[in-house]
Design a protein around this ligand. Structure first.
Ligand code: GLN
Length: 239
């Protein structure tokens, strides 16, 4: 752990990058560099090993076929499980979120997941498509969170995880009650957007976990643009 250098791994951009997932890497790098922290982004394709020497791991969303392939690679590699066990921050979006659970549903069948989060996903009757917003778990300094969801699967949480948020708009995990999950330093969410562009406070939480710097010790950034985007999205929900 260092407060001056971060290696950020983006897993499987060749398979799971359908929804602007690179944006999450860019936002993290931008917010770290603006605070004097050097960043090395590492793109790990599905034919490469997952490095253990990294500070933050990102895994994105994708369609059913690539999702099943990514899960198989993730399980045979085992590197993300080791990273989670070592307490490394992990942000998993949508398909990436589902494959961290024990099982998920894709292309008409159930597949085993990596078992990093205590949850499983099955198939919904309809696709959940549209804005999703919620009030984050009180144990996390996130407040309101917002994103765009687009998933056919539904996710059911076990006892060893907490919901990331209580849903105020949209579907989230299942029926509009909870959205996402977290345990330790692992966060999974259905929010696209990319999630960190729409929720810079979530980016800062990951940076705080990775560096050990308390949130209030990190220099404030000019967040007028992301705040404007957040306001626009929240205003659109209540119109
Ligand atoms: N294929 C998964 C589903 O439809 C995940 C979709 C996504 O990543 N947006 O549930």
């Amino acid at each position: 752990m260092s407060t001056r250098f971060l290696r950020i791994v983006w897993l499987y951009p060749d398979l799971l990058s359908t929804y602007g997932d690179r944006g999450n890497l860019l936002v993290l790098a931008h917010r770290a560099r603006n605070r004097g922290i050097e960043v090395e982004p590492v793109l790990v394709r599905s034919d490469q090993r997952i490095p253990s020497e990294a500070d933050i791991y990102l895994i994105g969303g994708g369609e059913d076929g690539p999702q099943a392939g990514a899960a198989e690679r993730l399980i045979s590699d085992g590197g993300l499980n080791r990273a989670a066990d070592a307490g490394k921050p992990i942000l998993a979006i949508c398909a990436g979120y589902q494959i961290l659970g024990s099982s998920f549903y894709a292309s008409g069948q159930s597949y085993p997941g990596a078992g990093i989060l205590d949850l499983h996903s099955d198939r919904g009757e309809t696709r959940a498509v549209g804005e999703v917003a919620g009030e984050a778990d009180a144990h996390l300094p996130l407040g309101h969170i917002t994103g765009f969801e687009n998933h056919g699967g539904r996710t059911h949480l076990g006892e060893a995880v907490q919901p990331l948020a209580r849903v105020t708009h949209g579907i989230g995990n299942d029926n509009g009650s909870t959205e996402g999950a977290w345990a330790g330093h692992v966060i999974g969410t259905y929010m696209h957007g990319p999630a960190l562009a729409r929720n810079p406070q979530l980016a800062d939480l990951l940076l705080s976990w990775a560096t050990g710097l308390p949130l209030n010790a990190m220099p404030q950034l000019d967040d007028s643009w992301p705040q404007q985007l957040r306001k626009e999205r929240f205003d659109a929900l209540v119109e």
